[in-house]
Design a protein around this ligand. Sequence first.
Ligand code: 2BA
Length: 109
Amino acid sequence: MKLVLAIVHDEDGPKVMEELNRNGFSVTKLCSSGGFLKAGNTTLLVGVDEENLDAVIEVIKKKSKSRKQVINSNMTPNGVGGMFIPYPVEVVVGGATIFVLDVDRFEKA
Ligand code: 2BA
């Protein structure tokens, strides 16, 4: 068995979960936030048999869009001496960041 840990945008979380459930996969949602943007995102846990692993990853990819987000950088642009001037930086976030872990044991008590 494998554990899929997928970090997706908050807006994509409900669509990914709905599609996983529709395809018969159980999913747990955790509220999380990214260390870089410090913005909320959604972490999904999916325990799945190995033969269904690719199907789960396909659903997550299909329902997660990548987006551009603008943040104010804390860094000083070159050539502005020692002055601190926040300036906007565009980063591309997601679709999904996916980790696959081996599960040693799975029980429901
Ligand atoms: P954040 O850490 O808030 O990162 C958001 C986006 O900012 C990243 O998108 C990436 O495009 C950019 N970014 C992150 N760190 C950067 C840096 N040091 N310099 C420049 N740009 C940087 P994604 O790569 O799609 O990641 C989305 C979220 O997935 C991340 O949110 C984080 O919560 C998670 N994540 C990504 N890679 C991870 C990893 N290796 N381990 C744990 N969590 C990860």
